[in-house]
Design a protein around this ligand. Sequence first.
Ligand code: NAI
Ligand code: MG
Length: 363
Amino acid sequence: MTTPSYHIAVIPGDGIGTEVMPPAQKLLDLAGQRYGFSFEWEEFDWGCEYYSRTGRMMSENGIEQLAECDQIFLGAVGFPGVPDHVSLWGLLIPIRRAFQQYINLRPVKLLAGIESPLRKIPAGGIDFLVVRENNEGEYSESGGRLYRGTPQELAIQESVFTRFGVERAMRYAINLAEQRKGILASATKSNGIIHTMPFWDEILRELGTEHPDLKISEYHIDALAALFVLDPARFDVVVASNLFGDILTDLGAAIIGSIGIAPSANLNPEGRFPSMFEPVHGSAPDIAGQGKANPMGQIWAASMMLDHLGQEEAGKALLDTMEHVLEKTSVRTADIGGSSTTDEVSDALVAAFDQVSNAGATA
Ligand code: NAI
Ligand code: MG
């Protein structure tokens, strides 16, 4: 039998993206050796430095080049001097849209060995998934600015919600909830946002009638944010629009200990196009180049990529390895209360991987 080989586009990007990527690739290679597959890495030096040289965030035929790959593994983009809307709209958003990565899946799970900033939460006491609509909504190019630099200056930003786009995100979330505890929470704001959000709610109610078994609740986004802090244990799957999901998942990352741990999968669920896996965090210019970055968000994203490739056993081994190091050792970066460097965490994970994956094999 031939062992599968996956052709992966690697975009380390900027800042700490370039520091957390090598440890994640190392663990993926190890997982491949252990579970019988391999990676062919194709690295692209796109990002803000590339932009300062070329005036573009990615090469002109970048999307065509990525289309040749099985999946995309991204670090982070963004750097002082390049406006954030340029870096986002020049790379991440075009990739998410060209490849119909219409689901942004973000687990919010408190790992063993990590203390939540919330009081008295045991490991596993926070364990839910946020499904963020990833192709439309509030992140739209529709709108404009008029009378720049004059007293009448104005800006209009339009949100775009389509039945097609909302329905497919909700169906994905419903399906996930059915495989879990059957509890779905929807983020809305239909009191203040009077066109798009009532539309969002109506579609959810329609789909809900097809799934009477599910417990579906609608929450205004402000109250929902408070509940992430006050009662995170109530959530199982949360579905949200592009902006709401973005904001909620930074909060989700905070309650599980650090944004340095949280992962994110930009999924094209049908597999017609490559999906893209990345940590939730950005390029963290404040700590870049100091060896302080936590590589665990990138490694958890690697674990999600393995799941998507159908290598669930290997994906679980990476997550178990992280939990093993967090629970059994004091090796950890400063964002989660330690003083280890990125390399020290990486070495501890590599050392733990064999132990964990062998234990898994004999269990
Ligand atoms: P950020 O996530 O880069 O940093 C927020 C805070 O968390 C900082 O204090 C940082 O030091 C800390 N942090 C982040 N990741 C960490 C890690 N792995 N280990 C330890 N500490 C970590 O968000 P910020 O500061 O708002 O944005 C910085 C740049 O990143 C901006 O240019 C922004 O546009 C970009 N960005 C890019 C994203 C992406 O590529 N998907 C996502 C979010 C921001
Ligand atoms: Mg964000």
